[in-house]
Write a protein that binds this ligand. Structure first.
Ligand code: DGL
Length: 205
């Protein structure tokens, strides 16, 4: 019988948004122990420079590695987009699971008209990581992107609905709606907390 590895799974994010990933992990893997680190002191990452995000990512992973995790989930899309390669090189014995590939695989499988939207932080969208990964997964896909910076502080404040949030979502997502996307990647850990208003504005379908 194979030995059970009862070490925890490490998960980190720039703030509370990564708890959306923890909640999915708990459903999928109810018997696993999870150690979560949310860098609420330094959130947001998505408006910071590449070099700062790389430094923070290495510090976060070093902190989590003290708990001897069997693997680490990079719940933060900004870190996944900018620093996943660096983390894998810096901590070669620690498996890192990023959030870009699963999102891309799902989006490519779901889209019917081949027009996929990606919303994310300024750092994630300007890295071009999602755009490249989607094109690699299916070269026929047309990618439409939008930075939605204000969604992060709204989610951190727990402001996830109401007229103000809806107005902000309308401003950000009007172009998305008009572009004919049939699939939208919430390319930031915080955005699932605003799923209600986002799907209301973009269209439930
Ligand atoms: N956790 C970040 C991400 O998923 C969003 C918040 C931030 O800007 O730090 O991209």
């Amino acid at each position: 019988m194979a030995a059970v590895d009862d070490r925890p799974i490490g998960v980190f994010d720039s703030g509370v948004g990564g708890l959306t990933v923890v909640s999915c992990l708990r459903k999928a893997l109810p018997h696993e122990r999870i150690v979560y680190f949310g860098d609420t002191a330094r959130v947001p990452y998505g408006t910071k420079s590449r070099s700062v995000v790389l430094r923070f990512a290495c510090q976060d992973a070093a902190f989590l590695s003290r708990f001897d995790p069997k693997c680490v989930v990079i719940a933060c899309h900004t870190v996944s987009a900018l620093a996943a390669g660096l983390l894998r090189r810096t901590f070669p014995s620690l498996p890192f699971i990023d959030v870009i590939r699963p999102s891309v695989e799902r989006a490519v499988a779901e889209t019917k008209n081949g027009v996929v939207g990606v919303i994310g932080t300024a750092a994630t969208i300007s890295s071009g990581r999602y755009q490249r990964a989607l094109k690699q997964a299916d070269s026929r896909v047309r990618v439409v992107t939008q930075v939605c910076s204000l969604f992060v502080p709204l989610a951190e404040e727990g402001w996830v609905d109401g007229p103000l949030v809806e107005e902000i979502a309308r401003r950000y997502l009007a172009g998305m709606r008009a572009s004919g996307i049939d699939t939208l990647i919430l390319g930031c850990t915080h955005y699932p907390l605003l799923t209600g208003v986002i799907s209301y504005v973009v269209g439930e379908d």
